[in-house]
Design a protein around this ligand. Structure first.
Ligand code: WTA
Length: 648
């Protein structure tokens, strides 16, 4: 029996880049992309050295790469500073008074910081850190709302060589505590609170709980955002604005070694214990700066909006380091997309004249569910490019995004990458790559991606297998913080000599990569291995459906039965007839093999706070077993209770 993943859903729609768009693009035709990619994969070091040279180095590297698998050092011997590259570099020319950050708080207030102002604020904060005893290499935990100070805190750390570890403001005290203990952070930066859906989230209080019984944290720096009444522990807690009175705005950047750690970002492993993904300075900055330039085809007057929170890798790479290294104008919005109404995003786009929007499929599916009338109310004509990241985007969601947000005019870059990869790995280049809804298309320059079978052999067109990367790249993780054996085992042992992504994928006849889901989630129905993404896409292509997640449930006859959890678009009702119609719809789109045995309607699906569906939990619900493992990353716990209740 073959263990390879089968593919049945073939997408035929193709969207070629518009001439108008290509004319001005960084890479303006497909042949150029192919040629440059082939060259860059033949000599990746040459390509990356050229990209690294666009940054400011205070000491040039002596070797591009030192690769002792699975440990890489990039730009060996080079010195640079990430904050200098994101700020100081832009102060000498016309970007000095260009907006770096245009921010909107959830209650509606606005602030704009030019590069000059942002630089000043970062210097002040770096001096606050120094004043509070933070030194190069020290770990600083950042737990902030999405306000300019979150970015200022990150860049302030980078300026003095301190290592930041940002914890998403929606996480609990328990998560903060775990991350403080694992990273050995001695200083925490937080705010009294932040706004979310009209409520104040009491961030400082969560920090207080997290720090109970934790001795190692000597300082908590608190930014005043909401004027919420908070507890200040004498000798440990200080106010940001008070500290600012004692320091000046002069703080020369501290050059660090290219391999000096820039940050640790925790990602929850499927088994529970969070992994501290370690990224270093020179390679990471090279990877993020280069991909931002080419994938978002950045132009000087773009107004760029990445909707991710700084608590995720997308926020690190494409809200802070990548765009600021390129001198871009970035929009930052603190709150929820449906506050006070489901058109908040479209309002922001119209008011700020956003030209590039980068968001997640989960958000797009939510917008679809809320209805087409919301974007229609606003002028979205400033948009020229759209992007997605985080999950496979179902072709129907892609089409909706293309039609209702991009108004048929904007290319969509579906970008595949991971916290571990640091930067975008597989993505269209918008002026060059013909698009097909649902695929991240082709690898970025210097990235050697492949799909292999269980023996590590590359598979043929439309055969499913494991997605691997065959050569090191600059923005790759360097280790799991404090756990090299786990790093080796998790990423470099599954397929010999390759980085294993954990994702299943196939390449179509044009070589495009289609992610079919996490390998751990692959269904095995009567000996056929099916990726979750295709079955879900088939379900979502039914008119009434907003979102779907499929999982396997043990079945004596078939090995696994397919259970589909489905949410409906506004105004549609669950019924047995609809369940039957959805089953027939899947059988028609993919084949009887993928027909769900069970269709269960739900109000919402359990998701991580970054919007990924937690199939692990759904598997447990589908098979009627107890929920085990880490649930702290779950966005809304009541979803689980409701799903269980609907089961009885
Ligand atoms: C999934 C987010 C399909 C994938 C930057 C990956 C995607 C995991 C895509 C990493 C995409 C991300 N198409 N799947 N365009 N982008 N994924 O670490 O399973 O939060 O391995 O990084 O998300 O998630 P992470």
């Amino acid at each position: 029996m073959s263990t390879n993943i089968e593919s049945h859903l073939i997408e035929k729609r193709v969207f070629k880049p518009a001439k108008e768009f290509s004319k001005k693009a960084q890479i303006s035709n497909f042949a150029d992309y192919k040629k440059l990619h082939a060259e860059s994969v033949k000599s990746p070091e040459k390509f990356w050295a050229k990209e690294a040279a666009t940054l400011k180095w205070t000491k040039k590297w002596t070797r591009v790469l030192d690769w002792k698998a699975p440990f890489a050092k990039w730009f060996v011997g080079g010195h640079l500073n990430a904050s200098e590259n994101c700020l100081d570099r832009h102060l000498e020319g016309p970007r000095r008074n260009k907006a770096a950050i245009i921010w909107e708080g959830e209650p509606g207030e606005r602030r704009t910081l030019t590069y000059h102002q942002l630089h000043r604020e970062v210097c002040v904060f770096a001096n606050i850190l120094k004043r509070n005893g933070v030194k190069s290499g020290d770990r600083v935990l950042i737990y902030m709302p999405l306000i300019p100070e979150a970015v200022i805190a990150m860049l302030g750390c980078a300026r003095i060589g301190a290592v930041h570890s940002v914890v998403f403001g929606g996480f609990s005290s328990e998560s903060i505590k775990d991350r403080i203990l694992d990273s050995g952070a001695t200083v925490v930066v937080t705010a009294d609170g932040g706004y979310r859906r009209g409520q104040i989230v009491s961030l400082k209080q969560n920090v207080d709980h997290a720090l109970q019984g934790v001795e190692q944290v000597r300082r908590v720096i608190v930014f005043r955002r909401t004027h919420l009444d908070i507890h200040i522990q004498e000798g440990r807690d200080v106010w940001w604005h008070r500290e600012a009175e004692y320091v000046d705005a002069k703080c020369p950047p501290h050059p660090v070694d290219s391999e000096h750690p820039l940050f640790i970002l925790y990602t929850s492993g499927s088994t529970g214990k969070p992994k501290g993904i370690l990224h270093t300075t020179g390679g990471y900055l090279t990877g993020t700066a280069s991909t931002t330039k080419y994938v978002f085809d950045l132009r000087e007057n773009d107004v760029y909006w990445c909707t991710a929170d700084v608590g995720w890798i997308t926020g690190h790479s494409y809200l802070v380091y990548g765009p600021l290294a390129n001198g871009a104008t970035c929009v930052l919005y603190e709150g929820a997309p449906n506050w006070p109404e489901p058109d908040r995003f479209w309002k922001i786009i119209a008011e700020f004249g956003v030209t590039i929007l980068y968001t997640a499929p989960t958000a797009i599916r939510a917008f679809m569910k809320w209805g087409d009338e919301w974007p229609k109310k606003h002028d979205l004509s400033s948009l020229r490019l759209l992007g997605t990241v985080g999950e496979p985007i179902n072709p129907e969601a892609w089409m909706w995004y293309h039609k209702h947000i991009g108004e048929g005019r904007c290319p969509i870059v579906d970008t595949w990458w991971q916290t571990e990869t640091g930067a975008i790995m597989i993505s269209p280049l918008p002026g060059a790559t013909p698009l097909k809804p649902g695929t991240a298309t082709l690898p970025f320059f210097g990235i050697d991606a492949a799909i292999v079978d269980d023996k590590g052999k590359e598979v043929g067109p439309n055969e499913g297998g494991k997605l691997v990367i065959r050569k090191p790249w600059p923005a790759m993780l360097r280790s799991i913080y404090g756990d090299k054996p786990r790093y080796r085992k998790q990423y470099w042992s599954e397929v010999k000599g390759c980085y294993f992504t954990g994702d299943g994928a196939r390449r179509d006849k044009d070589g495009y990569f289609w992610i079919v889901g996490r390998i751990d989630d692959v269904l095995n129905v009567a000996g056929h291995r099916l990726g979750t993404a295709e079955v879900e896409s088939a379900i979502v292509s039914h008119h009434d459906v907003a979102e779907a997640a499929v999982v396997g449930r043990p079945d004596e006859l078939k090995g696994q039965a397919v259970v589909a959890f489905v949410t409906l678009r506004s105004g549609y009702k669950a019924s047995n007839e609809l369940a039957e119609a959805i089953r027939r719809h899947v059988a028609h789109a993919i084949g009887p093999i993928a027909k769900p045995d069970d269709v269960r309607f739900a109000e919402s699906l359990p998701k991580t706070r970054s919007g990924k569906i937690m199939r692990r939990l759904l598997k447990q619900i589908a098979s009627g077993s107890a929920i085990t493992g880490d649930t702290t990353t779950l966005e809304d716990f009541s979803v689980l209770t409701k799903l269980r209740a609907s089961d009885e």
